[in-house]
Design a protein around this ligand. Structure first.
Ligand code: 13P
Length: 339
C-alpha cells in the first residue's frame, strides 16, 4: 500500500473550499428520487441525469470528488466517454459506493446491518482498474428504545474496518461512513452520546485492522436532535456539540471529515456546515459529502425535461458554491437569494 499516494488523494478530496458530491444512489433509491418529481426510473433517465450533474460548468471549483454507483461507473456520456474518465478530465476524483445496502440484523430486532463484504477484494480490483480512486461504505445506526445495541455497533465497526483495510489494499481511499440516523424523538444529547460511542468503536476497529488513518476520510452525521423531537436547536449549538463529539473520538491523523446531509434541508445543511467551520482551529478539514442537500434543488429544477438542463445545472453550481463558502465559515443566508 502506498500510504503517501492515498493520503495525497484524501487531502485533495478535502482541499480548501471543496467537498464531495454524493451521487451514489442505488437503483431503488434513485427510483424514489425520480418518483418524487413524477418520473419513472429507467437506465437511460438515470444516465442522462448523472451526465447533467457531471457536466455542470465550473463544478470542480467546489467539488473535489463524486461518489458513483456501480451502474454509473459503466455508463458513458453522450460523446461515449466513460463517466469516471469524464470526471477525471474535468479535475474531479471519481469514487464508488461499495456497500450493498442494509438488511435486518439477525438477533437485533429493529436494527440493520450492511451487506457487501463477500467478494469485495475482487470488486475493488475491478474498480481500481476502472480508474476509481476512493470508496464509500455506509453503516446505518438507528436511535430507539434499546437501540443501538452493543451487537449492532460492534458489527458496524468491524465491517467498516474490514472494508477500509480492503480499500487501502486495492489502492483506494476509504470513506468510513457510520450514519446515526436523524429519525426519532430523541434529543440532541442522546444523539451526541450515541455518535461518540459509535465513533470510538469505529476508530478502535480501524486501529485493530491496521488501517492507515492518514489515508481515510470520515463521513459522519452532524449531531442533531431527532427529526420527530420537536426541538429547535440553534445552528451554533449544533456546531459546538458536533465538534466536541468529533474532538473526543476522531484521531487528528484523519485528514478530513465530510458530513452527510442525512435528510436536512439543503439550506440547513449548508448553514450548519458554516457554523461548524466558524468555530475554527480543528485538526481536520471539515467539509461536505452531501447527496440530497446538493441534489434536491437540481432534481426540482430539472423535472426530467432536457429544456431545464441549464436551470438544473445552475442549481447545482449554486449549492456547490454556497457549501464552498460554508467550508470557510463565509456563508450568509442572504447569499441564498443572490443568483
Ligand atoms: P445525504 O447527504 O443525502 O445523506 O447522502 C449522503 C450519502 O452518501 C448517504 O450515504
Amino acid at each position: 500500500m502506498d500510504v503517501a499516494a492515498l493520503s495525497s488523494t484524501a487531502q485533495s478530496l478535502v482541499a480548501p473550499g471543496k467537498g464531495i458530491l454524493a451521487a451514489d444512489e442505488s437503483t431503488p433509491t434513485m427510483a424514489k428520487r425520480l418518483a418524487a418529481i413524477g418520473l419513472e426510473s429507467t437506465e437511460e433517465l438515470r444516465r442522462a441525469y448523472r451526465e447533467l450533474l457531471f457536466t455542470t460548468e465550473g463544478l470542480s471549483e467546489h467539488v473535489s470528488g463524486v461518489i458513483l454507483f456501480d451502474e454509473t461507473v459503466r455508463q458513458t456520456a453522450d460523446d461515449g466517454t466513460a463517466f469516471p474518465r469524464l470526471l477525471e478530465r474535468r479535475g474531479i476524483i471519481p469514487g464508488i459506493k461499495v456497500d450493498r445496502g442494509t438488511k435486518p440484523l439477525a438477533g437485533c430486532p429493529g436494527e440493520v446491518g450492511t451487506e457487501g463484504l463477500d467478494g469485495l477484494r475482487e470488486r475493488f480490483e475491478e474498480y481500481a482498474g476502472l480508474g476509481l480512486r476512493f470508496a464509500k461504505w455506509r453503516a446505518v445506526i438507528r436511535i430507539a428504545a434499546g437501540a443501538p445495541s452493543a451487537a449492532a455497533l460492534a458489527t458496524d465497526a468491524h465491517q467498516l474496518a474490514r472494508y477500509a483495510a480492503l480499500a487501502q489494499e486495492a489502492g483506494l481511499v476509504p470513506i468510513v461512513e457510520p450514519e446515526v440516523l436523524m429519525d426519532g424523538t430523541h434529543d440532541l444529547a442522546t444523539c451526541a452520546t450515541v455518535t461518540e460511542r459509535v465513533l470510538r468503536e469505529v476508530y478502535a476497529q480501524l486501529a485493530l485492522h491496521g488501517v492507515a488513518l492518514e489515508a481515510t476520510l470520515l463521513k459522519p452525521n452532524m449531531v442533531l436532535p431527532g427529526s420527530e423531537s420537536g426541538a429547535d436547536v440553534a445552528d451554533a449549538v449544533i456546531a459546538r456539540v458536533t465538534v466536541d463529539v468529533l474532538r473526543r473520538s476522531v484521531p487528528a491523523a484523519v485528514p478530513g471529515i465530510v458530513f452527510l446531509s442525512g435528510g436536512q434541508s439543503d439550506e440547513a445543511a449548508t448553514a450548519r456546515l458554516d457554523a461548524i467551520n466558524r468555530i475554527g482551529g480543528q485538526p481536520w478539514e471539515l467539509s461536505f459529502s452531501f447527496g440530497r442537500a446538493l441534489q434536491a434543488p437540481v432534481l426540482r429544477a430539472w423535472a426530467g425535461d432536457p429544456e431545464n438542463r441549464a436551470a438544473a445545472q445552475a442549481a447545482l453550481g449554486k449549492r456547490a458554491r454556497l457549501n464552498g463558502a460554508a467550508r470557510r465559515g463565509a456563508y450568509e443566508r442572504s447569499l441564498e437569494s443572490a443568483a
